[in-house]
Design a protein around this ligand. Structure first.
Ligand code: 7TS
Length: 404
């Protein structure tokens, strides 16, 4: 069992008051809070080893380079990538997806098909739409049902030899549904399509095993898993990363430059042009160590309890509907109350210290499916408690009374 009070003491922000009330932070899907060890590691980097990496022979540069590469190795181990050079540092999930779609511009032909799911965040829709506009490829959508689950029969029917890429999130940010990605990957590979998994909402809750999944790409952000903002990872199978052209040109990504011709560096540097977020990359490793020390089995167990408790308590409220009622769910509850705009509830409960996200959660197609402008989304982390859920439920009840 987790000692939640001890864990909470690692997060200085959690003992704050907001609007005169104790902070209840349920916007973890947007970004997680950071433990002191992560905050300290950022300071320590700038105080002790700040230097540019891969550039100088001097000692600090070497120390910074070593720390950066050690962190890459930690990520490799964490996601079980075969090689460290399959792990690319990026500024986040959005950047990682755009890197891949940019690369596929030289691969896709008119009439090829890209399958996205109905459950995607805009950052796993728009770059593929842009790619299809550029190449003449066709975007097709794996539909969902009323429970917010992808319809696998429809997916099977969409697959054909025209399918070149399938892109789907591991866990939906708006509904919390966990997608059957293992099945999706197997089926997509059977027709020769590459598969990108958007793991942005998965990595705070579970430890992905990219070799076991056999996905071609797996992208995520560091800031949702206790790491700094402006950090992220794109995992790609070696063969794919060798096949894709570089995303950005510049320093660090070359072997030799002449005005006639430039040759590119080997992986991973081919995709890491310019000075990266060095402190961020190093400290992402600290965040991963922190999470592994707590243990993902423990995290999952606690979060499952929170999800079950929150679902039960919220459903006590008359007129409340939860979106995303499928079986396989992460600790996210998206809901509305009959006749009340989600923004109004969100604003009132903010005054009571409760931080949730309201709106379309950058997943407008999901909102269109349910014919709603948005939802109230409470997304829980391992440092949240049932007592906090009680505070939220009381606050929502109060808001409902005020607004009815
Ligand atoms: N994919 C998914 C599934 C996401 O949830 C998000 C961010 C992104 C991609 C983009 O990540 P970024 O780090 O590059 O911005 N999701 C959310 C959210 O649900 N609320 O705020 C950001």
């Amino acid at each position: 069992m987790l000692d939640i009070q001890k864990i909470r003491a690692d997060f200085p922000i959690l003992s704050q008051t907001v609007n005169g009330k104790p902070l209840v932070y349920f916007d973890n899907g947007a970004t997680s809070q950071k433990p002191q060890i992560v905050i300290d590691a950022i300071e320590k980097y700038y105080q002790e080893i700040n230097a540019n990496i891969h550039r100088g022979v001097h000692t600090l540069s070497q120390l910074a380079t070593d720390a950066y590469e050690i962190s890459r190795g930690k990520v490799q181990q964490h996601i079980n990538a075969k090689f460290a050079h399959e792990v690319l540092f990026t500024p986040g999930t959005t950047h990682g997806i755009n890197l891949v779609t940019n690369g596929f511009a030289s691969i896709l032909k008119p009439g090829d098909e890209v399958l996205v799911s109905a459950l995607e965040h805009h950052s796993n829709i728009v770059p593929w739409q842009m790619l299809c506009e550029k190449t003449g490829a066709v975007l097709k959508v794996i539909p969902m049902n009323e429970d917010g689950e992808l319809i696998m029969d429809a997916f099977d029917a969409l697959l054909s030899e025209k399918t070149k890429v399938v892109t789907v999130n591991h866990i939906s940010n708006a509904l919390g549904i966990i997608n059957p990605i293992k099945y999706i990957i197997e089926k997509a590979h059977a027709v020769g399509a590459a598969v990108l998994i958007d793991g942005a909402q998965a990595v705070p809750h579970l430890k992905p095993d990219v070799q076991e999944l056999d996905c071609d790409f797996y992208v995520f952000s560091g800031h949702k898993m206790c790491g700094p903002t402006g950090t992220g990872i794109l995992y790609g199978k070696e063969a794919w990363l060798n096949k894709l052209p570089p995303y950005q040109g510049g320093g660090e990504m070359i072997k030799e430059v002449t005005f006639e011709k430039t040759t590119y560096a080997d992986l991973p540097h081919k995709f890491e042009a310019g000075t990266p977020n060095i402190a961020g990359g190093i400290v992402l490793g600290t965040a991963i160590d922190y999470l592994n020390n707590i243990g993902f089995d423990n995290i999952q167990k606690h979060e499952e309890e929170l999800l079950e408790y929150a679902t039960k308590r919220l459903l006590e409220i008359e007129g409340l509907r939860i979106y995303g009622t499928g079986k396989n769910k992460a600790s996210v509850v998206s809901f509305n109350i009959d006749g009340i705009h989600p923004y109004d509830i969100g604003s009132i409960i903010d005054k009571l210290g409760i931080a949730v996200r309201t709106g379309h959660h950058c997943a407008q197609p999901i909102m269109n499916f349910f014919c709603i402008p948005g939802t109230i989304r409470a997304s829980f982390s391992f440092y949240n408690t049932k007592e906090e859920i009680d505070l939220m439920v009381d606050a929502v009840k109060k808001a409902k009374t005020m607004l009815s």
